[in-house]
Each structure stands twice: as C-alpha cells, then as structure tokens.
Write a protein that binds this ligand. Structure first.
Ligand code: DGL
Length: 265
C-alpha cells in the first residue's frame, strides 16, 4: 500500500506546481499526474461538466492503483470536491482550497485578495470558507480568466503577460490587501510577476507548498508514507498541447514519461 503512487489531477499544467512541491517535501513518493488538456480551461466550464470530468479522472487514477487522489485544481476543488468525497468515500481525497483556509486561520489578515478562474470566484468558496473560519477578515475576489490560457500558451516572463497581469491586478478592489491568494494552481508559475506588481510588499499565498504539507500530514496520520522502493513518475494528458511538455520540464528535470490517455472516447 505505502509504495503506491499519489494521483494528482488538473486541467493542464497548473497541478504541476503542486506535484513539484510534493516531490520536494516528499522525495520518497512517486506520482501519477493527469492533465485534462482536452477540456482546458476548466474555469470557463459549468460545475456539472467539471464534476463529470473529475469523477472520470478519479476513476482513471484509482485504476492506476493510487493511494491518494489530490485534486490539484481550484476550479475542480470548488465545484466537484464535495461530490467526489461522497462518491469515493473509501478513497483519501485532498483538495487545494481547504488546506489554504486552514493555513489562513493561523494568520490574522484584515484584508485579503483572492484571484482565480471564473468558476472558482463565482462559487464564492474561498470567501465563504475564510469568513466562516476567521470572521474578522475582509475577502475581495477577482476573476482573472485570461491567465490560464496565457500560461498554457507559454506567455510567461514577457511583455504580453506583464501587461495582462498588471491590468488585472490594478483593479481598485485589490487596494490595501495584505495578502493575495493564488486561487488557481497555474498562477505560481507567474508568482514573481504577480509579486512585482505589488512591489513585493504583500504576502503571496501559494497553495502548492501548503497542500504538499497537508498531504504529508495526511500520509503520516494514515501510516502511508513510502519507505520502500519508488515507482517511476507518470504523466498523462488527454490531448497533446505543445507547451505541456515544455512546462513540465521546467519543473521536473530529466525525461518526462508523458503519455496521451484517451479516457473520453
Ligand atoms: N489550475 C486550475 C485551477 O486551479 C484550472 C484552471 C483552468 O483550467 O481554468 O483552477
């Protein structure tokens, strides 16, 4: 059981930020990653569609014998996590929103911003969960839908991405925030560009490390930390996109064992 891999999924490259943090914090673990590039971006899809995709991918990962399923996507965490927990009640499932809310409960921010996809922001999940835990915090939410296609198309660290990021983050609602939650797992890829807009003056809450820590605690609690041999990491995508492999190589040096998995036909 302990040697089985950790299943991770996202719509595309975003979950790789979480996978990367897991490999740093838990170097003994192996992963199976699924990027649902055929349905990217999730942020523009209905909650019903995201539930359908998430259910099918969870089944795929379980067929590959994973010991945990990590929903490394905020849009899926906001729309599908509750239903996954009901339908896969025997499986250990971890999302990317609850660990961040737990982390924020230990801080005492007065005003905090959250950026994410249209699906995540319109769900109000961050706002509601943070308000329930820390009544004193004002949460301002902003949908930043161009950022995911921008990153998936490889527009990072350049003038185009700087202009888009600046335009979004100049929104007056974000004035006076002490921290900004990156409410999309794609965003840590452009964390420095985001931080720069705020003159590196506010805390940027990057879920990747927080979620990897939550996973470590969960594996420890369930006595599932791998102490034995490690399997080879595997990366699956549902459709070929030119940048997936390129960005995957930014995070994982060496050969990426990337396969197309046709789970939708
Ligand atoms: N990385 C995902 C998220 O955290 C998905 C973004 C998308 O596909 O729109 O929301």
């Amino acid at each position: 059981m302990k040697e089985r891999p950790i299943g991770i999924f996202d719509s595309g490259v975003g979950g790789l930020t979480v996978a990367h943090a897991i490999k740093q914090i838990l170097p003994g673990e192996s992963i199976i990653y699924f990027g649902d590039t055929a349905h990217l971006p999730y942020g523009d899809k209905s909650a019903e569609s995201i539930k359908l995709y998430s259910r099918k991918i969870t089944e795929f990962l379980l067929e590959h014998n994973v010991k945990v399923v990590l929903v490394a996507c905020n849009s899926a965490s906001a729309s599908a996590f509750d239903i996954l927990k009901k339908e896969f009640s025997q499986t250990i499932l971890i999302d990317v929103i609850n660990p961040v809310v737990d982390y924020l409960a230990t801080k005492h921010y007065e005003r905090i911003g959250v950026i994410g996809t249209k699906r995540t922001i319109s769900s109000g999940t961050y706002e509601n969960k943070i308000k329930n835990r820390t009544g004193e915090t004002t949460v301002v939410s902003l949908a930043t839908p161009l950022l995911v296609p921008m990153i998936e198309e490889g527009f990072i660290f350049d003038d185009i991405s700087n202009a888009i990021i600046r335009t979004y983050l100049s929104d007056p609602s974000l004035k006076g925030i002490q921290a900004l939650i990156l409410g999309c797992t794609h965003y840590p890829i452009i964390k420095n560009q985001i931080s720069k807009i705020f003159n590196f003056n506010i805390d940027i809450v990057d879920s990747a490390r927080i979620v990897a820590e939550a996973l470590r605690e969960n594996l420890e609690k369930n006595d599932l930390l791998n102490m034995g041999d490690k399997l080879k990491d595997q990366f699956f995508i549902s459709d070929y996109t030119p940048y997936f492999e390129k960005i995957a190589r930014m995070f994982f040096e060496g050969e990426i064992n990337l396969k197309k998995a046709d789970i939708w036909s």
